[in-house]
Design a protein around this ligand. Structure first.
Ligand code: X2W
Length: 288
């Protein structure tokens, strides 16, 4: 009897979830969703597989996902093994010639291919690219103090649309080319994701982090906020530290025509699906 009741409750929950999800599935058919997957959110094998499964499911229901990844901890690891010192200024890695070579090797090699493989393992089709491929992301130096750190100034995202058309999930490493020949720039992963979402005029930019969202002065996560509220919270010091590059990316992306940006905790099981396909969503949604 107890078991029958439990089975019935499980069925009711499933039915409720389905009925909640179906209108969203319709709404997002054909939508472009850019997902920033940071090095800290990558965690273990299980977390990687779960992320990949969410992305494959999105694709299967007709969403066009683009994965833009980071890999800061993996870059730190190899730099350390090579005995190269590394430091950050305002959340960005000071990048000299030796460092930019390591950044390109780790991001476009190790990390990019690991994500491509995880998506393939879950039954999707993925192709890995960097901002250099097809001149997707052309940068200038962001700040002389930072060396080869790039600020995107020209985006060519047709290659991403071509991949959508072929049913392929693009996985993009935040390494870019410059205006001159043979230049390489290290781009902050959030910045790259924002620039790509902006150029695609994406329906959603999901910034997966390891915090639950943007918090107000009382420490509560705000489920929805406007750009003006973000500016006010930043001016009053409530938005601080590592959240600043994320909210700045969000505001810039909205200005460029992205419909909404969500800052959410990538460690929650099925974070992306919860956000897109349920009423309560996940994390903090920023929209004008
Ligand atoms: C980053 C690129 C990787 C990144 C870096 O060198 O670490 C700059 O700081 P996460 O895992 O998303 O932090 N680039 C300029 O953004 O990784």
């Amino acid at each position: 009897m107890k078991k029958q009741l439990a089975d019935m409750n499980a069925s009711i929950t499933t039915a409720r979830t389905l009925s909640e999800a179906l209108p969203y599935l319709q709404r997002y058919a054909g939508a472009v969703v850019v997902v920033k997957f940071g090095g800290n959110a990558m965690g273990d094998e299980a977390a990687m597989a779960e992320f990949a499964r969410d992305i494959v499911l999105m694709r299967q229901v007709g969403v066009n996902p683009v994965v833009v990844h980071g890999g800061g901890p993996m870059i730190n690891d190899l730099l350390k093994r090579l005995g190269i010192e590394s430091r950050f200024v305002r959340g960005k890695r000071v990048t000299d010639k030796a460092t930019v070579e390591v950044v390109e090797m780790v991001l476009t090699g190790l990390v990019n291919k690991r994500i491509v493989q995880a998506i393939m393992d879950e039954g999707g089709r993925a192709v890995g690219l960097s901002g250099k491929d097809d001149d997707m992301m052309v940068c200038v130096a962001d700040d002389p103090e930072l060396g080869f750190v790039g600020r995107p100034v020209e985006m060519n995202v047709q290659v991403l649309r071509d991949l959508f058309g072929a049913g392929i999930i693009p996985v993009v490493a935040p390494v870019a080319t410059g205006m001159g020949p043979n230049e390489t720039f290290n781009v902050n992963g959030d910045t790259a994701a924002g620039a790509i979402a902006g150029a695609l005029k994406a329906d959603r930019l999901l910034l997966l982090t390891d915090v639950s969202g943007v918090k107000n002065a009382a420490g509560e996560v705000m489920t929805q906020l406007t750009p003006q509220e973000v500016r006010d919270l930043t001016d009053s010091g409530v938005i601080a530290g590592g959240m600043i590059p994320k909210t700045e990316t969000a505001l810039l992306a909205l200005e460029q025509g992205v419909r909404a940006v969500v800052i959410l905790d990538g460690r929650i099981a099925n974070a992306c699906l919860l956000e897109l396909f349920t009423d309560h969503g996940a994390g903090s949604l920023i929209r004008s």
